[in-house]
Ligand binder design. Structure first.
Ligand SMILES: O=C(O)C(=O)C[C@]1(C(=O)O)C=C[C@@H](O)C=C1
Length: 356
């Protein structure tokens, strides 16, 4: 049985442990600060790493060099050290320094966390950095990520960090700006464009505090990305505050559209509907995964697939949400009726020990 030692049982470590265990990987974990469930807990780093195939280091990036140095004398060349930090140049250099050619090591970044897992978001993506000194270890780590349901992207450390500066780091930076500016996030009729931003802010807010600092301070490309964004925003602000930005909308927007423009408007509308429907299908896929998970949990508890009490609550809530949104509750009820039929059908197909 594949086995893993997990150093660090914070929010990410716990999420990783549950994915590994769902894939029948034996997990042992150690964290002097966070509680670890009894069945995985060990009392020290030596006990943690002894005879383990993989040693996954899920501690804050700034604590990694110390962790690597502490475990170096305890490891053998048959073991593989894997870091899961959100930046890659620093941890890679630190692993190279501690383990070099003697102990196989692989730098990785799983692009998911407890929130995306609890929402059942798929696909799970993990970046794995190629490593010329330990190519066989890279292959084994790729196989481990695939086993827990990840799509693996092979990317070198610098490209990864540059990409993360523009995405992960800037998303957190914008979120911080919105939080510090006390932007209200809970206005119920906010448009979809804002709802997407509000989800980003929520995700950033609930992530560990050390992550924000690491994304910016430990990523050598983050400062440049921030500077460019701030400059662009300042320029946009100046533009809007100047006379151009205050000009009234051009009168042509009030003129009746000619028929070619009208058919173009219909095409655009249909494109938008296609985009939305695609999202709905994606959401149905994610809902199906959660329904399968519910089926597995109920099977373990010896409970039947159908739960009339839960279904009654579910319909009541959806009817209420429909009314709040100005939609006909009976019509929305009908849609969920179909969704539940779909869900129960999937649940009956679910093999009891399947892993999603
Ligand atoms: O919540 C559960 O127990 C589920 O199995 C999920 C679900 C659903 O799809 O929402 C499916 C069947 C049950 O009758 C109730 C709800």
């Amino acid at each position: 049985m594949t086995n893993v030692a997990l150093l660090g049982y914070g929010r990410f470590g716990a999420a990783m442990a549950s994915l590994l265990r769902d894939a029948d990987v034996d997990v042992r974990a150690f964290d002097p600060r966070s509680p670890v469930p009894d069945e995985m807990r060990v009392a020290s780093i030596p006990e943690l790493v002894r005879d383990r195939d993989f040693v996954i280091v899920a501690v804050p990036v700034t604590a990694m060099p110390r962790a690597f140095a502490a475990m170096r004398p305890l490891l053998a060349p048959s073991q593989i050290v894997v870091d899961v930090g959100s930046v890659k140049l620093g941890p890679s250099a630190a692993m190279n320094e501690s383990f070099g050619a003697a102990i196989p090591w692989v730098a990785t970044h799983p692009l998911f966390g407890p929130i995306s897992l609890s929402r059942g978001e798929r696909p799970l993506v993990a970046v794995v950095c190629p490593n010329a000194t330990h190519p066989a270890a890279v292959e084994r780590v790729v196989a481990l990520y695939e086993r827990i349901g990840c799509t693996v992207v092979l990317e070198d450390e610098a490209t990864h960090d540059r990409n993360m500066a523009w995405t992960h780091a800037l998303a957190f930076f914008v979120a911080k700006g919105m939080l510090d500016a006390a932007v209200p996030l809970d206005i119920p009729y906010a448009p979809p464009s804002f709802q997407a931003l509000a989800r980003t802010v929520e995700a950033a807010r609930s992530d560990a505090g050390h992550l924000y600092a690491a994304l910016h301070r430990e990523n050598p490309y983050a400062a440049e990305a921030r500077r460019k964004l701030v400059e662009a925003l300042v320029a946009a602000d100046q533009n809007l505050s100047g006379s151009d930005g205050m000009a009234p909308p051009p009168s042509s927007s009030l003129v009746l559209l000619p028929s070619t423009a009208r058919s173009q408007a219909l095409r655009e509308t249909r494109d938008l509907i296609d985009d939305l429907d695609r999202e709905i299908v994606e959401l149905l896929g994610r809902r199906a995964q959660l329904a399968r998970r519910a089926a597995r949990e109920k099977a373990k508890l010896g409970r039947p697939v159908r739960d009339p009490e839960r279904e009654a609550e579910l319909f009541e809530a959806r009817r209420r949400w429909a009314a709040e949104r100005g939609l006909d509750p009976a019509s929305v009820h009908e849609i969920f009726d179909a969704i539940l039929r779909f869900s129960r059908r999937l649940q009956h197909e679910e093999p009891i020990d399947g892993a999603d």
